[in-house]
Design a binder for this molecule. Structure first.
Ligand code: ATP
Length: 503
């Protein structure tokens, strides 16, 4: 599985999906750039989300708030004092690690041990192997499982209370080794603020410290009354926003899974106090359906309900997706009560209550948040789409089985050869279709090679223009997944393809 992941990372680079940032200067940790195909896929993911939120719900509207915000906002939200990650500070090597990441790795090691035992047994018993029974009865498997579960339990408890000493003790007890120095000497556990700080204005004028936003949500909270009043919104209503967020994550890992500059798609849904749990359940279901509508298989998703909650929340769950390195959070759904709005009232000294025109009452709304990382969503799409297929003729092909609506290029236009008027005819077809969906013209290399290149970037359809096209006005349409080819009149191409690739 880890090997597959490495292949996906190098595929992303080779085919213009994701490049390490500043690669020319040896890169910048946990920061990435999206290439010519990557930006298309990313835009399509954002559009897919935006349409399902803003276009399909008449009580949800959009917003684009600034990244820079008044510094007091981060005091009110609790990010200045509490947006911390527990760190292990190893003074010898001057390297710092996130305690949670190290412990998660340790849990994964127990999982690996279990899988190894199972794989060995599978080999030994061959066809007669009853895997489920083996997992339930093998002493070795049960021993690893018990250790794993105990560790996870301790870890959850320590993380929920952010109990740094408890985390340190786990690291000592598990004999987790410092990956740099190779020792077990952990010195100190400290808190580290994850927000990036910069200053606004020149020092002479008395500049002020400001932060790059670590989440897009606060921009929605401080604007909710503006939007409500000018948009004449009635509760319940939602505000959706897509935008960059920045976190000084300590350990860069797993490619675009944990980045320092990333993008979020968040929606804050404002409801009447007392109705929030019903709305939470509603959104939980709706968001799972949205993910599953992509057709990646329900078995690849699961909820992770939080047992212990942040002090201001009264319900929370994650939607996890099965990545090659295990089930991981892609989206969080939180019932945040009226905490944020009340805090902003307190810190700004202004009333931001909602006036209910029917009951003539004023109140501070409760909030349900759905928050999804664009980049994590992107990674899940890539991981699911990447496939190496064994063909009948013995060859293998690498193909990205992206949902057609998300594919960077919808149609590749390929003249069979570079002469006899075929390129001109191909251009003519493309000039018509490019107004309706993203097309790519390619004339270099053999048709076989060109098909493979399009497979590798996930293009759902290719058309080939040959000599007959000039007389019968038909082209050969090739389907990425089935690799079947059929003859289709040029006049039918648009409706045929548009139907399948529109979000
Ligand atoms: P994690 O526990 O993985 O750090 P989180 O619980 O802190 O994530 P939230 O604050 O709930 O995450 O953010 C909502 C979503 O934003 C996450 O579900 C994830 O998809 C995305 N996200 C958060 N941090 C990052 C990051 N460093 N890089 C990429 N995406 C991120």
């Amino acid at each position: 599985q880890e090997d597959v992941f490495k292949k996906i990372v190098s595929h992303c680079k080779e085919y213009g999906f994701v490049f390490p940032s500043s690669e020319l200067y040896d890169g910048l940790g946990a920061v990435y750039d999206y290439g010519q195909n990557g930006v298309e896929l990313k835009n399509n993911i954002k559009q897919y989300w935006w349409q399902s939120m803003v276009q399909l719900h008449d009580n949800i509207v959009g917003l684009d708030s600034a990244i820079f915000m008044h510094p007091t906002i981060w005091k009110a939200s609790g990010h200045v004092d509490a947006f911390n990650d527990p760190l292990i500070d190893n003074r010898d090597s001057k390297k710092r690690y996130r305690a949670d990441v190290l412990i998660e790795d340790q849990i994964a090691k127990y999982d690996e041990k279990i899988e190894k035992e199972v794989a060995k047994a599978r080999k030994r018993f061959g066809d007669n192997f009853d895997e489920a029974k083996y997992r339930e009865t093998s002493e070795r498997v049960l021993e690893h499982q018990a250790k794993r579960d105990a560790l996870e339990e301790r870890y959850k408890e320590a993380m929920n209370g952010t109990d740094l000493q408890a985390l340190k003790q786990i690291i000592l007890d598990e004999e987790i080794v410092d990956p740099i120095s190779g020792t077990r000497n952990w010195t100190d556990v400290r808190q580290f603020n994850l927000m990036f700080k910069t200053s606004m204005g020149s020092t002479a004028d008395g500049s002020s410290d400001i932060y790059l936003r670590p989440e897009t949500a606060q921009g929605i909270f401080v604007n909710y009354l503006n939007v409500q009043k000018t948009g004449r919104m009635k509760i319940p209503f939602g505000i959706a926003q897509i935008g960059k967020a920045f976190r000084n994550e300590i350990v860069a890992r797993q490619f675009i899974f944990r980045m320092r500059e990333f993008e979020q798609m968040e929606m804050q849904f404002f409801v009447k106090p007392g109705t929030e749990i019903d709305w939470f359940k509603n959104w939980k279901e709706m968001r799972m359906k949205w993910h599953q509508a992509l057709g990646f298989g329900a078995e690849n998703y699961r909820f992770h309900d939080h047992e212990k909650l942040a002090f201001y929340a009264n319900a929370a769950t994650d939607i996890e997706f099965k990545m090659p390195f295990g089930f991981k959070e892609v989206e969080g759904i939180h019932s945040r009560t009226n905490y944020d709005l009340t805090q902003h009232e307190k810190f700004s000294g202004k009333s931001i209550k909602y006036f209910d025109p029917e009951t003539k009452e004023s109140y501070t709304p409760y909030v349900i948040e759905t928050s999804i990382g664009v980049d994590r969503m992107y990674l899940s799409v890539m991981c699911h789409a990447y496939q190496e297929e064994q063909l009948e003729n013995g060859e293998t092909r690498t193909v990205l089985k992206l949902p057609a609506a998300l594919a960077p290029v919808k149609l590749a236009v390929l003249p069979l050869i570079k002469k006899d008027g075929l390129p001109e005819k191909a251009r003519e077809i493309m000039n018509d279709l490019k107004f309706h969906f993203n097309c790519k013209y390619e004339e270099k290399d053999t048709i076989g090679k060109r098909y493979r290149r399009q497979d590798a970037i996930g293009t759902p359809y290719c058309i080939t223009i040959d000599h007959e096209t000039l007389t019968d006005n038909c082209v050969t349409l090739r389907d990425r997944d089935t690799m079947k080819q059929e003859r289709v009149p040029i006049s039918e191409l648009r409706s045929l393809i548009e139907d399948k690739v529109t979000i």
